[in-house]
Design a protein around this ligand. Structure first.
Ligand code: GUN
Length: 289
């Protein structure tokens, strides 16, 4: 069984990005600049944004974070987005999701300039991606494709079963994996899917992005499957200094022995998501050259 080590691969790709940034700086050019907007105090979101900031610095990017109160109005947030859209020193930015309930998430996403939408969440970038045009592709699906490609997991003609149809992961990854050049046959499963274990047992590649801890059990997989676990859940754990462990959507203790390859949690998809965001930011920067 092969571990698809996202942490090690992310380190390698970050070194490639850092080299490129060093070369740009040596020519006297400014560093790429990634900004993030975070509204409220959600613990997981704070962790994500802190990781993005840390990784930005590691590759030599400029990074800024706009922290806004939970009580921020939609109008105030839209004003901040206009400011970031117009700031020529910022190459790309993200608005961390989820947003507080009183803010219309789609309205906020729609206000982001497609040229700075390094999360690939705007309708323009999603449309371009589906059409196979040049686009910013959402970071987690892009990271999943990078993992499969760099680890040489065969995809052509393979049956990929995706669990979960979210706008951020399930729907875009189903699209990317079925594209020409990747060539998986994709089945997209969701909460209304019938006979789910019957479908998952047919998977050569199983992408678990359902948001339920240990959802995928050993009776749901066939021998030799490749599993991509997108889940990130904090569960209380007294044996840990910080009081919690991170687990995924897959019951790894029982499932991994049946896999030919598997992403661990943590250290699988997560680090590649951040790397994809950095790659998109570098791309946004280079487009302006
Ligand atoms: N919340 C969970 N994942 C993501 C992501 O990839 N981007 C943003 N902006 N918010 C998220």
């Amino acid at each position: 069984m092969q571990i698809l080590d996202g942490k090690a691969l992310a380190l390698q790709i970050k070194e490639e990005i850092a080299n490129e940034v060093r070369q740009l700086r040596a020519k006297g050019m400014r560093a790429p600049h990634l900004a993030a907007v975070i509204v409220g105090t959600d613990g997981a979101s704070q962790t994500y944004v802190a990781n993005k900031e840390k990784s930005s610095h590691e590759v030599g990017f400029t990074s800024s974070v706009y922290r806004m109160a939970e009580s921020t109005t939609e109008e105030q947030l839209l004003e901040t987005i206009q400011f970031l859209n117009n700031d020529e020193e910022i190459d790309g930015f993200i608005v961390q999701l989820p947003l507080p309930k009183h803010i219309n998430e789609q309205k906020v996403i729609n206000a982001i300039s497609p040229d700075k939408d390094v999360d690939g969440f705007t309708p323009i970038n999603i449309g371009r991606m589906v059409l196979g045009e040049e686009a910013f592709v959402p970071a987690t699906p892009m990271g999943i494709c990078t993992l499969l490609q760099r680890y040489g997991v065969p995809t052509s003609g393979q049956h990929c079963v995706v669990l979960g149809r979210s706008n951020i992961v399930g729907t875009p990854v189903a699209n990317l994996l079925s594209r020409k050049g990747v060539d998986c046959t994709v089945t997209l499963c969701h909460s209304r899917t019938k006979n789910l274990p019957e479908l998952t047992r047919q998977a050569d590649i199983l992408v678990a992005a359902i948001g339920k801890p240990k959802f995928v059990t050993s009776d749901m997989v066939k021998e030799g499957v490749t599993i991509i676990d997108v889940g990130i859940h904090r569960i209380p754990d007294d044996t840990k200094k910080n009081g919690y462990s991170i687990i995924g959507d897959v019951d790894h203790a029982n499932v991994d022995k049946h896999c030919s390859a598997v992403t661990p949690v943590p250290g699988g998809v997560g680090p590649l998501t951040i790397v994809s965001l950095l790659q998109n930011t570098l791309k946004a920067y280079k487009k302006k050259l």
